[in-house]
Ligand binder design. Structure first.
Ligand SMILES: CCC/C=C/C(=O)SCCNC(=O)CCNC(=O)[C@H](O)C(C)(C)COP(=O)([O-])OP(=O)([O-])OC[C@H]1O[C@@H](n2cnc3c(N)ncnc32)[C@H](O)[C@@H]1OP(=O)([O-])[O-]
Ligand SMILES: NC(=O)C1=CN([C@@H]2O[C@H](COP(=O)(O)OP(=O)(O)OC[C@H]3O[C@@H](n4cnc5c(N)ncnc54)[C@H](OP(=O)(O)O)[C@@H]3O)[C@@H](O)[C@H]2O)C=CC1
Length: 341
């Protein structure tokens, strides 16, 4: 059992396990189901006064963002929800935004209950499809109205469906490109025009590990490559306005129930593990820590960068297995050379 990185968590009301220990067990359960090495927990662990969301064990100082306001798109689920929870823990006011209001409402109710009474942190939600220009404009203006400004934008909302490129219909291609590239652009442009141009600010874009191509997700690979380059362009163009912008590229698989549920094969996220040098999936907490670092004063000289958070996966094998074939013969002036190639 690893050490908890900071002071944390109450004990279970039924036994002496801390919430961190229970959380750690839950992660083992997620990542190693088929090896059956887990001992079953003898009872449900109930933490006095706690909700279902785990307590935050952030490595960052608790008041780090006490005077800050953040927007997190897709902040009601998975990676975005963990980022939101860590930002709240660090004292930030957070507006979460996505398409499905029920998810947003549920997340706000759960996460609000984790804010301590002495904290200046606050959370609210706005429905916003980042593909819709008017809704993005509204997200920025309403956040400014409600929280008095915006310091951070985390462009986390996004996704795709797996498909061979030959089978992607134009509508499907456009849906993925509009979500991941155009949606990210619209959020960047609007936060700049409505606030960052006059006050500065920090943007973090969540992309994917597409560094060796993204076979069967070509639409998303292309869109995220666009975001990576947008990150570089804007880091130069907007430096004079006090804007920093970076990307985080999660790799391997980052497990969350919603991420897994997006795929017909729920083990899709787990299937990366053999090709991850760390030999496991990543956690939403590991992505959140990188985002908080890039938002923080520790990263004031970092802009235009993409941080790979992938256990080394982007340096190792492509997940895609190329079937045996002889469809790409060599070009040569010698007869019979092809047998030696
Ligand atoms: C290990 C992996 C690493 C990465 C992990 C993660 O990212 S985890 C995070 C994962 N989380 C997420 O990805 C969450 C967010 N993702 C999403 O909401 C969707 O994947 C979206 C981005 C396509 C938007 O969807 P939407 O409903 O707003 O879109 P829409 O209604 O406007 O147009 C839809 C059109 O797209 C097409 N099409 C759609 N699905 C399929 C399919 N399965 N099959 C084939 N085609 C499909 C189809 O053409 C359809 O129109 P049609 O022909 O039917 O009339
Ligand atoms: N999990 C993983 O292994 C990896 C994830 N990523 C990326 O990380 C980000 C978060 O994914 P993750 O948390 O894992 O999965 P989730 O499916 O939980 O998160 C996707 C989020 O994006 C929101 N979203 C999708 N489309 C839109 C839209 N048009 N407008 C506004 N919000 C939208 C969804 O909310 P709603 O449905 O309410 O709109 C949802 O909250 C995504 O960009 C994903 O592609 C990258 C690499 C690996």
């Amino acid at each position: 059992m690893p050490e908890c990185p900071s002071v944390c968590t109450p004990q279970c009301t039924n036994c002496d396990k801390s919430q961190f220990q229970v959380r750690h067990r839950t992660l083992e359960k997620r990542f190693l189901p088929k090896f059956n090495i887990l001992k079953h927990l003898s009872h449900d662990h109930k933490m006095a006064g706690q909700t279902l969301v785990p307590n935050v064990c952030s490595v960052f100082r608790e008041d780090l963002f006490h005077d800050k306001v953040a927007i997190v798109t897709g902040g009601g689920t998975g990676i975005g929800k963990t980022i939101t929870q860590e930002l709240l823990h660090l004292g930030c006011k957070v507006m979460i935004a996505s398409r499905k209001v029920e998810r947003l409402k549920k997340a706000v109710t759960e996460l609000k209950s984790t804010i301590s009474r002495s904290s200046l942190a606050d959370i609210d939600y706005l429905q916003c499809n980042i593909r819709n220009e008017d809704e993005v404009k509204n997200l920025m203006s309403q956040t400014i109205k409600q929280f008095g400004g915006i310091n951070f934008l985390v462009n986390n909302g996004g996704g795709q469906f797996p498909s061979g490129a030959g089978d992607i219909r134009l509508k499907g291609w456009n849906a993925v490109v509009e979500t991941n590239l155009t949606g990210t652009f619209l959020c960047c442009r609007e936060v700049f025009n409505q606030w960052f141009k006059d006050h500065g600010g920090v943007i973090v874009n969540i992309i994917v590990d597409n560094f060796k191509g993204f076979p069967l997700m070509s639409h998303s690979g292309a869109a995220r490559a666009g975001v990576e380059n947008l990150t570089k362009s804007l880091s130069i163009e907007w430096a004079e306005y006090g804007v920093r912008i970076n990307s985080v590229a999660p790799g391997g698989g980052i497990y969350s129930e919603t991420a897994a549920a997006n795929y017909a094969n729920p083990t899709m996220i787990q299937s990366s593990i053999p090709r991850v040098p760390a030999k496991r999936n990543g956690t939403t907490e590991e992505i959140s820590a990188s985002v908080c670092f890039l938002l923080s004063p520790a990263a004031t000289f970092i802009s235009g960068e993409t941080l790979r958070v992938d256990g080394g996966a982007s340096l190792y094998k492509n997940k895609y297995e190329i079937p045996e074939h002889n469809k790409l013969p060599g070009y040569t002036w010698e007869k019979d050379l092809s047998s030696k190639l």
